[in-house]
Design a protein around this ligand. Structure first.
Ligand SMILES: [Zn+2]
Ligand SMILES: [Zn+2]
Ligand SMILES: [Zn+2]
Ligand SMILES: [Zn+2]
Ligand SMILES: [Zn+2]
Length: 309
């Protein structure tokens, strides 16, 4: 929709109803009725804002009356005179008969039903009052099907048959199902990945635990073995000590018997000597003595009781 406000600021004297003070109310640059007026501080002449700004750029900031321009507000008397003006709508040639005050001119012309508009689709020119109707009829306007939501031009309305509409709906459903299936596939893939990751992580944890248990068992076994070896060594030492003691005792016994043997042999020797003497002197008495010494010897042997003997 293209409105037109380019008339603003160009209010020709022919559009004014009644008398107008041209010296005061016409812009000395565009010679139309002042629009958005401002004044020169030096010469006090009023100009349309747009006109004076364009002129200042061309004239190095000098006003059309050759004074250095400094802007001031438009004098109140000019504003009052302007507000009393009755003006033809700028679309009078299109049929608008409205006569409007200077202050409401802008507002009316923006809404005026006689302003020309152009259809965006077919580019046909028409008045604003006909625009709505045209939108209902224009063959190039896009329509959206309520069922399948496909967009088509109004002129193609007859081609959008019920079969085509159903086919569109079916294709859309299929696309939606495909999209859902793809989404589900992605979800499953992600879940698989996550599961794999989880299993891997748990296996690693288990491995670590098993290694720990192995280590503990190995250490326990080592400790037990050490304890056993220590006990065995103690027993061995004890046994060795006992054996030594036994050997010592045996040696002592051996010595005792050897000494006893020596004694016995000595006594036997003495008895023999005595026997020989009695043979030479008195046989009966010496025989008695000999019997007594042999008894003594027999007693000594019994006392020893040594198995090694
Ligand atoms: Zn002007
Ligand atoms: Zn001036
Ligand atoms: Zn109008
Ligand atoms: Zn059109
Ligand atoms: Zn449809």
């Amino acid at each position: 929709m293209t409105g037109s406000s380019e008339y603003h600021g160009v209010i020709g004297v022919d559009r004014i109803h009644g008398k107008i003070d041209e010296d005061l109310l016409l812009c000395s640059i565009c010679h139309n009725v002042l629009w958005n007026p401002v004044a020169c501080k030096s010469c006090e002449n009023a100009f349309c804002t747009l006109c004076i700004h364009t002129s200042l750029k061309e004239k190095n900031n000098y006003c059309p009356f050759n004074c250095y321009f400094e802007e001031r507000k438009c004098p109140p008397c000019i504003s009052i005179l302007l507000s009393k003006l009755q003006i033809d709508c700028c679309y009078k040639l299109n049929g608008c008969t409205t006569i409007v005050s200077y202050e409401r001119l802008d507002e009316h012309e923006e809404e005026c039903n006689y302003q020309p508009l152009e259809c965006e689709k077919c580019h046909k020119q028409m008045l604003k009052q006909d625009f709505e109707q045209h939108q209902q009829e224009c063959e190039l306007i896009d329509l959206t099907c309520n069922e399948c939501h496909v967009i088509y031009k109004r002129k193609d309305l007859n081609q959008h048959t019920e079969i085509e509409c159903l086919q569109n709906q079916f294709e859309q459903q299929q696309q939606m199902i495909e999209k859902k299936m793809n989404e589900n596939e992605d979800i499953v893939k992600n879940m698989e990945k996550e599961t794999q990751h989880l299993v891997q992580s748990q296996m690693t944890t288990m491995d670590t635990k098993l290694e720990l248990v192995d280590e503990i068992l190995r250490m326990e076994h080592e400790t037990q073995q050490n304890e056993f070896e220590q006990k065995f060594q103690t027993q061995q030492d004890l046994f060795d000590e006992k054996q030594k003691l036994m050997e010592k005792k045996l040696n002592e016994n051996d010595e005792k018997y050897n000494m006893m043997l020596e004694n016995i042999e000595e006594e036997i020797q003495q008895i023999r000597l005595l026997k020989n003497d009695s043979n030479a002197n008195e046989n009966g008495t010496n025989a008695k003595l000999c019997k007594v010494d042999l008894d003594k010897l027999s007693k000594s042997v019994r006392y020893a009781g040594n198995p090694r003997f």
